[in-house]
Design a protein around this ligand. Structure first.
Ligand code: DP6
Length: 325
């Protein structure tokens, strides 16, 4: 059977950085995120006894490393479905891949939903989140809708994501400033392994529980200033850990820093907006919806900003009948 799914990328407000189990992708701490309406992956999967090997096409290209990761995920699905047949997978992102915009989150969420359906499995949201997590940790947050928390469980069946508020809960936007289309040179999966080499990592972990409580309270109360202060500090802390890892990880480009400075300057001029960044050069600016134009106009004045993508809080991964083949 053939099945297609669409899944959003998500932006983490409190980040997943470091794993307590690498193979199962159990995170060292919980995290909180929001699904993004305009950064999506569409994936079609078909299992067929007539195929001699798996055939994987990602963004119209063949990439051996990405292919291996997808095949490993197909193996997880085959195991769950007790099936031993090969699959054809075609997947497309509507945004740049591997520049820090969480393409692995939308990618593995879409692959899990389409793959499970194509294999004849009927999985619950929780089971799909657990499956997606094993492909890429952050993908488990792209399964449920809206504002999401990844629960920090100690076993595979306890480590999944849930909706904390639906997409319509809060009218905030995530404006992505694309500052380069180059792929990052160190993958996020490699980066996670270095987290505990930073001398500041234990300090981060000691405070992370409080931070999760704080950001959830700010979202619940729709307290934008409190929310913004927490998420921007969290992003800078994540990068402080990366920069002080051994070897150090430096993902920012000059354009990333220019945007950071513009956001801070905006606040001095009472434009309430805050930034956050993942493992890459592209940067997310979060503001309330009515401030969108003002933020976009400022970004357009920065020559390093190559593209701007505006996202609302979005639904989670879902099936679609628009197959890619
Ligand atoms: C910095 O989910 O991409 O974006 O589990 O190795 O695939 P793997 O890592 P991934 O890590 C995301 C890290 C982050 C923060 C976050 O999204 O929480």
């Amino acid at each position: 059977m053939k099945a297609t799914a669409i899944a959003p990328a998500n932006i983490a407000f409190i980040k997943y950085w470091g794993k307590k189990d690498e193979k199962l992708r159990l995170p060292i701490n919980g995290s909180v995120s929001m699904n993004l309406s305009n950064l999506t992956t569409t994936t079609t999967v078909e299992f067929s006894a007539s195929l001699e090997s798996d055939s994987i096409t990602i963004n119209k290209q063949k990439d051996a490393r990405d292919e291996r990761r997808v095949i490993k995920h197909l193996d997880r699905i085959r195991k769950l479905a007790s099936k031993d047949i090969k699959a054809k997978v075609v997947t497309e992102n509507n945004f740049p891949t591997a520049t820090g915009l969480s393409s692995s989150a939308s990618g593995f969420a879409a692959l899990s939903v389409a793959g499970a359906k194509a294999a004849g499995l009927e999985l619950s949201e929780r089971e799909l989140s657990i499956l997606a997590r094993q492909g890429s940790g952050s993908a488990c947050r792209s399964i449920p809708a809206g504002f999401v928390e990844w629960l920090d469980g100690d076993t595979s069946k306890e480590s999944y994501s849930i909706t904390i508020h639906p997409p319509g809960w809060w009218d905030i936007v995530d404006i992505v400033a694309v500052v380069a289309r180059d792929k990052k040179d160190i993958s996020t999966t490699q980066g996670h392994k270095l987290a505990d080499t930073s001398p500041f990592f234990q300090t981060r972990l000691a405070k992370i529980g409080e931070k999760i409580i704080g950001v959830k309270k700010a979202i619940r109360e729709r307290d934008f200033a409190e929310f913004g202060e927490i998420i921007e500090a969290e992003a800078l802390e994540l990068h402080a850990i990366m920069i002080t890892s051994r070897p150090s990880l430096l993902y920012w480009l000059p354009g990333t820093i220019q945007v950071m400075k513009a956001v801070k300057k905006g606040r001095e001029e009472s434009l309430q907006a805050y930034f956050t960044v993942n493992t890459g050069q592209d940067i997310h600016i979060i503001c309330e919806r009515e401030k969108t134009d003002e933020v976009v106009n400022r970004l357009k004045k920065i020559s390093e900003v190559k593209d701007i993508i505006i996202n609302k809080p979005a639904q989670g991964a879902r099936l679609s009948n628009k197959h890619l083949f």
